[in-house]
Ligand binder design. Structure first.
Ligand code: FEO
Length: 392
């Protein structure tokens, strides 16, 4: 298999993974993914930017079959879907040196057992001339781990961004024009792994704002021929102002919580608010993560199992707490059979959400008139808060 040319002397040697359906034993991959690696050939030195997930090493191996020399392996990010084939690369190319950020070096040793003597760290902003191909290393922490950097190829104006701007999508076409066709996948990926670091992602965007970028070549998904649109999408996603949206993870066991969910959705819609409900019995958590990117309010709608929250909804609460979205408000609704601490347990599970709790409505069994009136009052309170932010 021959490496695929992106521009002269910059070649694709990565691997699509059409069949993978789960990442980190957590994240659904409805469209598969890819592990992108790029060969940059200078007159004096040859560099490989990132590697591939070890289970796809045979693809990289086939691409490199006729490449007798690699001098430098650029490790933009230590996570194993990009670095996992580096131990093999260092055996295949005994003269090769790994280049990484300072933070990444001990991580590469810890995670891959690399010989520290074969890793050279590069400074933020450092440039390296391969012979007509000049690499500039730009520290871009927290997209996705603290050690992550991006590599900019000056002559061709290509940003190798690793996870940043990536999307979990497998396709044979290496390119995408604009962001429209894959915006959902790119947003899903941002939501799943980068949203918790939103202020730092924004700083990274500022860091590259004066860089002339012709192509963004991420390490998952297609290469952007028009990078402006995905950069603008990232600006929108990381902006502090939420949208006029309520996200509502819910399940029901015997119908009481479902009645409350239906009533509250109608009440919110009547007040001009968009609602995105997710039945957690079947929901794709990636879709939930995407909805959390913009939502102003999270309403947790949860039945009681024994004395605590239903695990399917509680899992959504734990996920939301981990993803730290920009939501400003929250509320809890649900039902119980005979007693319970559902609402208290849910509240205690979201310390990282900087939300104002607008109320809780918990019915004993079927919702009664007082519960319905309390849901209407909750809808009023949510509408007032959205109006206060200028969203309504
Ligand atoms: Fe694609 Fe954070 O690894």
């Amino acid at each position: 298999m021959k490496p695929r040319e992106i521009v002269p002397d910059v070649l694709y040697v990565g691997a699509p993974d059409f069949d993978r359906r789960l990442f980190d034993s957590l994240i659904p991959l409805p469209d598969g993914t890819s592990y992108n690696a790029y060969l940059v050939r200078g007159r004096e030195k040859i560099a490989l930017v990132d590697s591939v997930e070890p289970m796809k090493r045979d693809v990289l191996e086939a691409y490199l079959a006729d490449v007798p020399r690699v001098d430098l392996v650029i490790s933009n990010h230590t996570e194993q879907d990009h670095s996992g084939s580096i131990p093999w690369l260092l055996k295949r190319y005994p003269g090769a040196t790994v280049l990484s950020s300072e933070t990444a070096k001990p991580m590469l040793v810890d995670h891959l057992g690399l010989d520290a003597g074969r890793i050279r760290t590069v400074a933020d902003g450092e440039r390296l001339d391969l012979g007509g191909k000049t690499l500039r290393f730009i520290y871009t922490p927290w997209v996705h781990w603290p050690e992550t950097m991006s590599t900019y190829l000056e002559e061709d104006k290509i940003l190798f961004s690793c996870d940043w701007f990536g999307s979990h999508i497998a396709q044979t076409d290496l390119f995408v024009d604009g962001v429209d066709r894959i915006e959902a996948e790119a947003k899903r990926y941002y939501a799943e792994i980068m949203m918790p670091f939103r202020p730092i992602v924004r700083k990274n965007l500022d860091k590259i704002k004066d860089l002339e970028i012709r192509l963004i070549a991420p390490s998952h998904g297609p290469i952007y021929r028009d990078p402006r649109s995905v950069i603008q999408a990232y600006r929108d996603w990381t902006d502090d102002k939420p949208h006029n949206v309520v996200v509502m993870p819910w399940v029901t066991m015997h119908g009481s919580t479902a009645l409350m969910v239906d009533h509250l959705i109608t009440a919110l819609v009547e007040r001009g608010i968009n609602v995105l409900p997710f039945n957690m019995a079947t929901a794709d958590i990636g879709q939930l993560a995407m909805a959390l990117v913009d939502a102003a309010t999270i309403v947790v709608a949860c039945p009681t199992v024994h004395v605590g929250p239903h695990p399917a909804v509680f899992n959504a609460v734990i996920l939301a707490n981990a993803l730290r979205p920009k939501a400003r408000f929250a509320a809890i609704i649900g039902a119980y059979g005979w007693a319970g601490q559902m609402a208290e347990t849910v509240k205690a599970a979201m310390p990282s959400l900087r939300v104002e709790l607008l109320g809780q409505v918990v019915a004993k069994g079927l919702p009664k008139r007082a519960d319905i009136e309390a849901l209407d009052a909750l809808a009023d309170a949510i509408a007032a808060k959205h109006r206060g932010l200028g969203l309504l």
